[in-house]
Design a protein around this ligand. Structure first.
Ligand code: SAM
Length: 267
C-alpha cells in the first residue's frame, strides 16, 4: 500500500490549501474542487476521475473501500493524507465531517465539442448552487447528455452544488459559455430548442420532443432574457392552478426533463 502522510494540525499548509477550495477564486485558480464522503469519492474514481489528493481519517485507512481509493489515488499519481477528525472538521467546516474527502480536477467541455446526442440542458445565469446541483442530479437521472451554463452563473464545483448533486457532478458533462457564442452555436443545433417561460404559449405536455432536444431554463429571479427566448423554437409553460406564480427552477427543470425523456424511461 502506498505511503501516506499523517497530518494532525489544521494549520498544515496542505490542509489550508484544500480548505481554501471553499472559495470560488481558489477553485478557479487551481481548477480543483472537493468531493466529500467515501461514496462520492468512489463514484468519482469509477467514473474515471483521478484524485489529486485523497484525505481520510487515519482510523479508517484499512477499510477495504478506503484502501481501494488509496491505491487508485496513488496509481494515478495523487497524494494520500491521513488526518484526524479535528483536521477533517476544520477542512470541511463541519461538526460531523465525512471520514473521506477527495480533491478532484474540474472538467469543462468546449461548446464546439458538443455532440447533440438526445438531450442537452442550458441554464441561463443560474444563481443558486443548490438549484444547480439538483439540476445536475436530475439530468443524471434521465441520462441527459450534459448541461450548458450561460452567462454569469454560480459554480457547479462549489461545495453546495457538489453536495446537492449527490455525486452526479462527475457524471454530467459541463460546458460554460457567454450568451453571444451560445447563440451562435445554437444556430447550428440540429433539433428542437425549447425554452420554458411563464408567458409560454404552449402547454409543455403538448409538444413532441423528438431528439435531439435543447432545453433552455431561465434565471431564478428574471426568467429567460428576451435574446434567449427569441432563440427558442417553442416557449412552453407548465400549467399551475394555485397561488404560486412560478415553480422553483430545479423543480421546473425536473418536470420538463421527465416529460422530454418520458418515452425512453421505464422501470
Ligand atoms: N419571475 C421569474 C420569471 O418571470 O420567469 C420566475 C423564474 S422561475 C423561478 C425560474 C425558471 O423556471 C423560469 O425562468 C423558467 O425557466 C422555469 N419555470 C418556473 N416555473 C415555470 C412554469 N410554470 N412554466 C414554465 N417555466 C417555468
Amino acid at each position: 500500500m502506498p505511503e501516506a502522510r499523517l497530518i494532525t494540525s489544521p494549520a498544515n499548509p496542505e490542509i489550508k490549501r484544500i480548505r481554501g477550495l471553499a472559495l470560488r477564486k481558489k477553485r478557479e485558480e487551481e481548477r480543483l474542487f472537493v468531493a466529500e464522503g467515501l461514496r462520492h469519492v468512489m463514484e468519482a474514481i469509477e467514473a474515471g476521475w483521478p484524485l489529486e489528493t485523497l484525505v481520510y481519517r487515519a482510523d479508517v485507512a484499512q477499510r477495504p473501500k478506503v484502501a481501494e481509493a488509496r491505491a487508485a489515488t496513488a496509481a494515478a499519481g495523487g497524494f494520500c493524507l491521513e488526518v484526524t477528525e479535528a483536521v477533517l472538521a476544520k477542512m470541511t467546516k463541519r461538526d460531523n465531517p465525512q471520514t473521506v474527502v477527495g480533491v478532484l480536477r474540474q472538467r469543462w467541455q468546449p461548446l464546439e465539442g458538443i455532440a447533440p446526442g438526445k438531450l442537452w440542458i442550458a441554464l441561463e445565469t443560474v444563481r443558486d448552487p443548490g438549484n444547480l446541483g439538483t439540476v445536475l442530479r436530475t439530468a443524471d437521472a434521465v441520462a441527459a447528455d450534459g448541461v450548458i451554463l450561460i452567462g454569469e452563473t454560480c459554480d457547479p464545483y462549489s461545495p453546495e452544488s457538489v453536495r446537492a448533486s449527490m455525486g452526479s457532478v462527475v457524471r454530467v458533462p459541463l460546458v460554460r459559455a457567454t450568451p453571444e457564442p451560445f447563440l451562435a452555436w445554437r444556430a447550428g443545433w440540429p433539433g428542437l430548442v425549447v425554452g420554458t417561460h411563464l408567458s409560454g404559449d404552449a402547454d409543455y405536455r403538448a409538444v413532441a420532443y423528438d431528439p435531439p432536444v435543447l432545453l433552455i431554463m431561465g434565471n431564478e429571479q428574471a426568467g429567460l432574457t428576451d435574446a434567449l427566448a427569441a432563440a427558442c423554437d417553442r416557449l412552453v409553460k407548465i400549467p399551475m392552478a394555485g397561488g404560486a406564480d412560478s415553480l422553483n427552477l430545479s423543480v421546473a427543470t425536473a418536470v420538463m426533463l421527465f416529460e422530454i425523456a418520458r418515452a425512453r424511461l421505464a422501470l
